[in-house]
Design a binder for this molecule. Structure first.
Ligand code: NAI
Ligand code: MG
Length: 362
């Protein structure tokens, strides 16, 4: 049987993106070989400072047509502030992808890994293992509003939150479906209906309605303030956490922070309908301070590869990568690990060890 290969657009971007993306591909190749996953890569040099220097823009005019036919985008990091201001590089590339490809889910797994110290005292691997599902297109981040009576005592500023039934239901459905596939089958909703008394009760109403379609999923909800506190105090309470754009933005930084270093944290921007490619990128940026030294930790990027394989319908290959990351971190060989996690190794030593562990997966 011949299977159509998954077509992956590979965009390393800037700085350590150019080091961790090849590392991630090395591990993807190991998983593809071990589990018979047909992957086909095409490499692009746009969304980078080099491209900006050569062309004066971050993206070619036809980027949308070029990328839209791919099954996924495997992205490194964009940003090189010495050359392009950060708001220009980010809004000129990544934000365009997220918007035009209607990547309405932002997904951030938060899992404490072996050998990575948590800033939360007394937490061990297994204690923290949840996913933040953030609405990524509407909510509090709308551009509806304005300012009148500039520079007078009557100055008025208004910015509207926008919640549509379509927008709210589609993120809730995705989160419930995710929860129903996970072992604990638990979902927590971030609300603030005691303070934001129109849109948040609406969010709660839709959450309850969606929950009725998923009776197997246990649900609870917290106001955002105490929810943030509970991320720190009781991270073991959570499995899938679903939130509006603003609350999700905050939780999706707080969650990974509870699991240690951002260098190992992955994220995905997903269009679940499959109308457009989804984008998989580590949480970290281009790290100009260590770029070019060959010591960037590749785990965040490698984990993104696991998320991408899961998204493309290969959960076994995905789990094998996660298990390989755990195995290598548990071994804690100082010559293998990168300096940010206490080793004296390099991007390539850590990558090779993980790729070898994937190849050996049973
Ligand atoms: P950053 O994440 O690039 O670096 C923050 C700190 O973490 C640095 O000390 C860096 O060395 C360290 N670090 C990050 N990733 C690491 C890794 N894989 N291994 C070891 N250490 C690692 O954030 P920063 O410095 O604020 O931003 C640098 C550039 O990246 C800026 O241009 C910024 O706009 C861009 N950026 C891009 C993002 C993206 O593409 N989604 C996300 C965050 C920042
Ligand atoms: Mg953020």
């Amino acid at each position: 049987m011949s299977i159509r290969p998954h077509r992956i657009a590979v965009i390393p971007g800037d700085g350590i993106g150019k080091e961790v993306v090849p590392a991630g591909l090395q591990v993807l190749d190991a998983a593809a070989a071990r589990f018979d996953v047909p992957l086909e890569y095409e490499h692009f040099d746009f969304a980078s400072a080099d491209y900006w220097l050569a062309h004066g823009t971050m993206l070619p005019d036809d980027w949308f047509e070029t990328l839209r036919g791919f099954d996924a985008i495997y992205f490194g990091a964009v940003g090189w502030p010495d050359v392009v201001p950060d708001h220009v590089s980010l809004w000129g590339s990544l934000i365009q992808f997220r918007r035009r490809f209607d990547q309405y889910i932002s997904l951030r797994p938060c899992r404490l890994l072996p050998g990575i110290p948590s800033p939360l005292v007394g937490r061990a691997p297994g204690d923290i293992d949840f996913v933040v599902v953030r609405e990524n297109t509407e909510g509090e981040y709308s551009s509806i509003g304005g300012k009148i009576f500039h520079d007078t005592d009557r100055e008025v500023v208004v910015q509207q939150t926008v919640m549509t039934r379509t927008g709210v239901d589609r993120v809730l459905r995705y989160a419930f479906e995710l929860a129903s596939r996970r072992e604990r089958r638990k979902i927590t909703s971030a609300t603030k209906s005691n303070g934001i008394t129109i849109s948040m009760p609406y969010w709660d109403e839709r959450f309850a309605a969606m929950g009725e379609q998923f009776p197997e999923v246990e649900r609870d909800q917290f106001h955002i303030d105490i929810l943030a506190a509970n991320f720190v105090l009781h991270p073991d309470w959570f499995d899938v956490v679903v939130a509006s754009n603003l609350f999700g933005d905050i939780l999706s930084d707080l969650g990974p922070a509870c699991t240690g270093t951002i260098a190992v944290a992955p994220s995905a921007n997903i269009n679940p309908d499959g109308l457009f490619p989804s984008l998989f990128e580590p949480v970290h940026g281009s790290a100009p301070d260590i770029a070019g030294k060959g010591i960037a930790n590749p785990i965040g990027q490698i984990w993104c590869g696991a998320m991408m394989l899961d998204h493309l319908g290969h959960p076994d290959a995905s789990s094998a990568i996660l298990a390989a990351i755990d195995t290598v971190l548990e071994r804690a060989e100082p010559g293998i690990l990168t300096p940010d996690v206490g080793g004296g190794g390099t991007t390539s030593s850590l990558t090779r060890a993980i790729a070898d562990a994937v190849a050996d997966a049973s």
